[in-house]
Design a protein around this ligand. Structure first.
Ligand code: BEZ
Length: 160
C-alpha cells in the first residue's frame, strides 16, 4: 500500500552523482526539509519519462520555485551514472536533484514499487509525484494508467 498523505517520508540510503562519483545520501536529508516536489519515474531514458515527464519539470522549475518549492527531485530505480547522464541529456543538471534508488529501497518504503519484469525491467517505482513539506507527504498522485497525467508538472503546479 502506498504511503499515506500525512506520513513522514522514509529515510533510506539512495545515491546521487558527486564530483568523484556516486555518493550515498539519505532521503531524509535530501527531501526532509522545506517544500519539496519529488517525482518518481519507471526508468531513465524510457520514452514517457524522457519525452514528457522529466521535460515538464525541467521547463517549469522556475514556476515551481515561484510557488515556494525549495527542491525538485526525480527518483528512479536506476544507478547513479545513468541518472546523471539522463539529467545531463535533459538539461536537468543543476535544476533537479537526480536520485538513484538502485536497490528500490525507497520505492518499497514508499509502497510504490512495481514488478515490471514483463518489460524486462525488474522491480521499478510506479510513476508518481509528491509534495513534501518538512518531511511530511502533503500530496501524492500515482499514475494508474500508462500516461503522464496526475504526476505531470502542470498538475503539481495546480496543487500549489
Ligand atoms: C516509458 O516511460 O515510456 C516506459 C517506462 C517503463 C517501461 C516502458 C516504457
Amino acid at each position: 500500500m502506498a504511503i499515506a498523505v500525512g506520513s513522514r517520508i522514509p529515510d533510506v540510503e539512495v545515491r546521487t552523482m558527486g564530483e568523484g562519483g556516486p555518493e550515498a545520501v539519505r532521503t531524509g536529508a535530501v527531501l526532509g526539509t522545506g517544500r519539496v516536489v519529488l517525482f518518481g519515474v519507471p526508468g531513465a531514458f524510457t520514452p514517457g519519462c524522457s519525452k514528457v515527464h522529466l521535460p515538464g519539470y525541467v521547463e517549469n522549475v522556475g514556476a515551481l520555485q515561484s510557488k515556494g518549492v525549495d527542491v525538485v527531485a526525480c527518483i528512479a530505480v536506476n544507478d547513479a551514472w545513468v541518472m546523471d547522464a539522463w539529467g545531463d541529456a535533459q538539461g536537468a543538471t543543476g535544476k533537479i536533484v537526480m536520485l538513484a534508488d538502485g536497490n528500490a529501497e525507497f520505492a518499497r518504503a514508499m509502497g510504490l514499487d512495481t514488478d515490471m519484469g514483463a518489460f524486462g525491467l525488474g522491480v521499478r517505482t510506479k510513476r508518481y509525484a509528491a509534495l513534501i513539506e518538512d518531511g511530511i507527504v502533503k500530496e501524492l498522485d500515482v499514475e494508474e494508467g500508462g500516461g503522464v497525467d496526475v504526476s505531470a508538472c502542470k498538475t503539481m503546479l495546480a496543487h500549489l
